[in-house]
Design a protein around this ligand. Structure first.
Ligand code: TMP
Length: 203
């Protein structure tokens, strides 16, 4: 059987990617695909327990990176690889680009360190397509404030989030064949129109 499709959604906190996740799943389901919606950190019982720690417990930046990849390792073994092997579409809310953006850009860990973990944990697997929801930090800040109580990452200062955004855009420039930048500053309809365009050929 043909391997399924692996699509990841990325962006700074407040970019609105989660709003579009179920809608994207609906697009694929409407065309008869089996779709698995999942997230990182999380996606498995162990991953969700690690997520609870990662979002609340103060820890060293290296510990944070290692736990992100530990959760990812479990996620790949228990859910992502089996679902892809079964031919499903896997829609994942954040993946390894988030580690380069947050632990690399935000916390300042060297990308070379993260690349070692990526090689180990991915074993060559990469998303087929990554949708990077991008918007100016000032707007992201307004959206974060309007929507929810802040977790450990969302409580970080403006310059942290600005570094995260810059690191994401750098990743997009380095991997233009995989990462498509979506302008997330407009209305839900405007973002959907861009998503439909990008997904032409994938659906
Ligand atoms: P979420 O709010 O999009 O569900 O993601 C939870 C937080 O985890 C978000 O602030 C970004 C952070 N994160 C990292 O710092 N590194 C990672 O590798 C991942 C997957 C998420």
């Amino acid at each position: 059987m043909k391997r399924g499709l692996f699509i990841t959604l990325e962006g700074v906190d407040g970019a609105g990617k989660s709003t579009h996740l179920e809608w994207l799943a609906g697009l694929f389901r409407a065309r008869g695909h089996a779709v698995r919606v999942t997230r990182e950190p999380g996606g498995t019982p162990l991953g969700e327990r690690l997520r609870a720690l990662l979002l609340t417990e103060p820890m060293h930046a290296e510990t944070e990176a290692l736990l992100m990849f530990a959760a990812r390792c479990e996620h790949l073994h228990a859910l992502i690889r089996p679902a892809l092997a079964a031919g499903e579409v896997v829609l994942c809310d954040r993946f390894t680009d988030a580690s380069y953006a947050y632990q690399g850009g935000g916390r300042g860990l060297p990308a070379a360190r993260l690349a070692i973990l990526e090689d180990w944990v991915h074993g060559g697997l990469q998303p087929d397509l990554t949708l990077l929801f991008d918007l100016p930090e000032a707007l992201a800040q307004v959206r974060r404030a309007a929507t929810r109580t802040a977790d450990r990452f969302e409580r970080e200062q403006t310059d942290f989030h600005a570094r995260v955004r810059a690191a994401y855009l750098q990743r997009a420039a380095r991997h233009p064949e995989r990462i498509r930048v979506i302008d997330a500053s407009g209305s839900i309809e405007a973002v959907r129109a861009q998503l439909e365009q990008v997904l032409t050929g994938w659906l």
